[in-house]
Structures are given as structure tokens and as C-alpha cells.
Ligand binder design. Sequence first.
Ligand code: C2E
Ligand code: MG
Ligand code: MG
Length: 252
Amino acid sequence: MDADLQQRRSIEAGLRQALQRGELRLVYQPLLGLAENRVICVEALLRWDHEGRTISPTEFIPIAEETGLIVDIGEWVLREACKTVASWPGDVRVAVNLSPIQFKSKDLVSVVKSALADAQIAATRLELEITETLLLAENDTNLAALHDLRAMGVRISMDDFGTGYSSLSYLRSFPFDKIKIDRSFMRDLTSRGDGQAIIKAVVGLGQSLGMSTTAEGVETEEQLEMVRAHGVSEVQGFLFSPPLPPAALANL
Ligand code: C2E
Ligand code: MG
Ligand code: MG
């Protein structure tokens, strides 16, 4: 068996037990509202502590999706994030990433309802982040679920915007509350002339469609000033804060 396959098998076997063993945890990265000048939302990001190291979601989420384990893991994330936001002050919202696989299990909407009810938080404090792969199949069931969630008061964000190939048509297919501009555009902002033009265009698009915009991956003051000048609503990135354990977040 080649090394890659062996590594995959071992991740898969470990992942099957990660929930029961309590090896999964959430870290939280704040999103700063530029007009409000305060944290208005915090994104929950999964971490897996396994055999002495912390495994990144980019490594294990694809395997969790292929094996279907993401359905249970994703439900745990939702419940955990809702419980955590219940302990935060005021109206700070929590954002949770959803995998397209979670939409295949028919009861996603009831899982969200139950997570909100158990944590006793208003639906308006929850944001769900999806990527355009969810809409790729032009699946009516997925769209219906999104509409149901939004009707409950949950906000829906388009994550990693601009990384796919026909993003613009997806913005027409659903009334997203927020567009999160992929962090690859931040990298280009200072090195490529077209970077700023793209940010400006996406912000304009968001404004005319009634969607707020978040710049992901803001790492420098220079990037912050540029996205601010173009009217981005929120920023997220290492400049402001890395993802933090819930206890550390309380200090913000
Ligand atoms: P994402 O949803 O786009 O999350 C943002 C990622 O960018 C996070 O990586 C975050 O740590 C990273 N990031 C934030 N600010 C900066 C910055 O200034 N510079 C750089 N270089 N990176 C920054 P992370 O935590 O490794 O998560 C990666 C991806 O894994 C997420 O991308 C999301 O697609 C997925 N993911 C994480 N948690 C979950 C989950 O609970 N469920 C699902 N389905 N996917 C998840
Ligand atoms: Mg996200
Ligand atoms: Mg993203």
C-alpha cells in the first residue's frame, strides 16, 4: 500500500472514533464589522487533536465527506457552536461551515432547529456558510433547505467567493445575506493591479444585491486599508485575530 493511501486509511479509522473520544474541538475566529468597529460575528472552525498532533480541517474534512462521517461531525459542530454563542454577550453571531453532504441527509433543517432550541438562542444569531459546490448540481432540494433555513431567520453566507468558475450565477440563485471574498484575493491585493478592481466589483455587487461582504485572510494593515476604502462590511484574518479557543475569545 502506498504511503498516501496508508495515511488516508489511518485518518479514516481515527476519524470514526474522534467524536466518541472527544478529540474534536472548535476554535473561533472573530469577524470585525468595520462600520461598527466591533466583533459582530465569530466563525467556528474545527480542529482534531489526534495522536499528539492537531490535524487541520483541510486534511480531514474531505475524508469525512467521502465517508459520510461529516453528517454526525457537522451536527456536533452545530450544537457545540450554538451552545457556545449562548454564553456570549449581546447579539454577537456565530458562523458555522456546512458541507454539501449535510444537505443530503434530509433532516438538516430539523437538526438546525433542534440545535437552536437546545441552546436557547435566536435563529438570527446563527450564520451558515456554504460554498458554491452546494449549488453546482442546481439541486432543488438544497435550495429548498436554504430557503427554509433563511425563513427561520438563520443567515446564509457564500464562503470562498471567487474560487469557483461561475460564481456570479450562484448569487442570482439564492438571496445570500453575506459574500465572503476568498482570501486568495487578499494575497493579490498588493501584488497585482487587478486585485483591487475585483474587490471593488464584488462589494458593488453585494451592495446592489443587498448582501454584506467580508474580506477573508486580511493579514496586513495595507490590505485592511484597501478593503476598507472599497467599502467591505467585515474583515476576518490574522491581522485582527487568529482562530482562538473559546476561553481566549472571552478576552476580546
Ligand atoms: P473557511 O471556512 O474559508 O475558513 C477560513 C480559513 O482561513 C480557516 O482555516 C482560517 O484559519 C483561515 N484563515 C483565517 N484568517 C487567515 C489569514 O489571515 N491568513 C491565512 N492564511 N488564513 C487565514 P482552517 O481553520 O484551516 O479551515 C479551513 C477550511 O476547513 C475552512 O475554510 C472550511 O472550509 C473548512 N472547515 C473548517 N471547519 C469546518 C466545519 O466545522 N465544517 C466544515 N464542513 N468545514 C469546515
Ligand atoms: Mg468559512
Ligand atoms: Mg472561506
